[in-house]
Design a protein around this ligand. Structure first.
Ligand code: PLP
Length: 441
């Protein structure tokens, strides 16, 4: 009975829903899982089978599914205010959230501008940077720089600063392509080089572009410490320090896209903290609402904000989305920040991380594994395989072993929610290795 019911939802979904980031024909051989509910790190399908959500449902879920504390906050908020427009109005959740996030930057990034998805935050940061220079009498600064393998979202503006061919190429004719400079990916280290050497080399490549074109460049956008969708490419924090110096010297904005790496994912609340720098803009989304509701925001410095503050409406930032600053999403974010404080999450993740590190250690010696790496709560390794269907085969095999894991190309990665207990950690490591052996045998 349950089996028939599950099949029915699959059939109806395939008939009516266009699923994201999917060649729909692949579902002829790849399973589609109808989720009935979630608890903690687990998702359950309609037959009662469970799956450990080891990638936090596309990197959004921090404190487990159906988290009782976030649920309670949302229930309370529902009875107060579900939504009100944010132009001409304000409300407690959005004010408190903006204040608390600014405090986390020591007040350096004083104002927050809200949207819903990550890509919208990217668009906002790009537009704000360009408009800042225009308001400051430098309208020619209208070009952007991104890194090789960068990913900043899939709207047309965000794709212009994205360097993942699979997502970008089909839309190439529509895009205003940014300058693409070398990535500081530590895997590019040559014989005898350290990750810092690679960082210096990449920064030097950016500097040569600046020497040529700084007068035309508005900003460089980076994913600090880990370029996630490009294949979990990790770099040394030195790179961010060098970028900060170069951006100051050549008068170019530094945009930190912390949509995936913010909210404790790399070990500090903001990834940039590990380099001891603050960018001019920080984009946040994904984990900020605990994985509950679409919420994104761009935080910026007061001097940038001040360049828009004027009697002339055209100097203002006339950007909006209907759900800008949605009270429910902001309330979920406040509950998320409260959990960070009350449960000393960053500290406890250090122990959790070490535990998973130890459990995954055997992979380092595996003949088919290259570049086993970790930054905070992100683990990754590259499979030695020529199989173009590796990622799909791995995903399917992982489901059989109760794991939700979705490799990017040949890169297998884990980005679990911050709630795994010892038993779940051991299970995750053991089964990841089992699935890997099965798929590469
Ligand atoms: C670094 C980064 N920027 C932007 C985005 C886009 O976010 P969204 O999918 O919410 O539009 C993502 C999504 O994976 C991301 O990883």
């Amino acid at each position: 009975m349950k089996h028939a019911e599950q099949g029915n939802w699959v059939a109806r979904s395939l008939k009516s829903v266009w699923h994201p980031c999917t060649q729909m024909q692949h579902h002829e051989s790849m399973p589609l899982i109808p989720v009935s509910h979630g608890r903690g790190a687990w998702l359950y399908d309609r037959e009662g089978k469970r799956y450990l959500d080891a990638i936090s449902s596309w990197w959004v879920n921090l404190f487990g599914h159906a988290n009782p504390r976030i649920n309670a906050a949302l229930r309370e908020q529902l009875d107060l205010l579900e939504h009100a427009m944010l132009a001409g109005f304000t409300h407690e959740p959005v004010v408190k959230l903006s204040e608390q996030l600014s405090a986390l930057t020591g007040g350096v990034l004083g104002h927050a501008f809200y949207a819903s998805d990550g890509a919208s935050a990217t668009e906002i940061a790009l537009k704000m940077s360009f408009h800042y220079w225009r308001n400051s009498g430098q309208p020619d600064k209208r070009e952007f720089v991104c890194l090789q393998g960068s990913y900043h979202g899939e709207t047309v503006g965000a794709l212009g600063v994205t360097d993942v061919a699979l997502f970008r190429d089909a839309y190439g004719p529509l895009l205003r392509q940014a300058h693409v400079v070398a990535s500081p990916d530590a895997r590019a280290a040559r014989e005898g080089e350290t990750a810092q050497d690679v960082a210096r080399r990449a920064a030097a490549a950016f500097e040569s572009l600046l020497q040529d074109r700084a007068g035309r460049i508005a900003a460089i956008i980076v994913e600090p410490l880990v370029q996630c969708a490009g294949g979990m490419a990790m770099h040394d924090p030195l790179y961010l320090q060098l970028l900060r110096e170069l951006c100051d010297r050549y008068r170019v904005h530094l945009i930190a896209d912390e949509i995936a790496v913010g909210c404790g994912r790399t070990g500090s609340f903001f990834a940039c903290e590990q380099a001891g720098i603050w960018p001019d803009f920080v984009c946040l989304s994904k984990g900020i609402s605990g994985g509950y509701l679409p919420l994104s925001l761009v935080m910026t410095r007061d001097d940038i904000y001040a360049a828009f503050y004027d009697a002339d409406i055209r100097r203002g930032f006339l950007h909006s989305h209907s759900y800008t600053g949605n009270p429910l999403a902001c309330r979920a974010a406040l509950a998320t920040l409260e959990i960070f404080r009350e449960d000393r999450v960053l500290e406890r993740n250090r122990e959790r991380g070490e535990h998973l590190d130890r459990a995954l250690a055997p992979l380092a010696a595996h003949p088919k594994v290259r570049h086993l790496r970790r930054r905070g709560m992100i683990w990754a390794f590259d499979a030695v395989t020529e199989d173009p269907a590796f990622a799909r085969r791995f995903f399917t095999a992982a489901l059989r072993h109760e794991l939700l894991l979705r490799p990017i190309g040949n890169t297998v990665y884990l980005m679990p929610p911050y709630v795994l207990d010892d038993e779940e950690t051991a299970l995750l490591a053991a089964r990841t290795m089992q699935v890997f052996d099965e798929v590469t045998a």
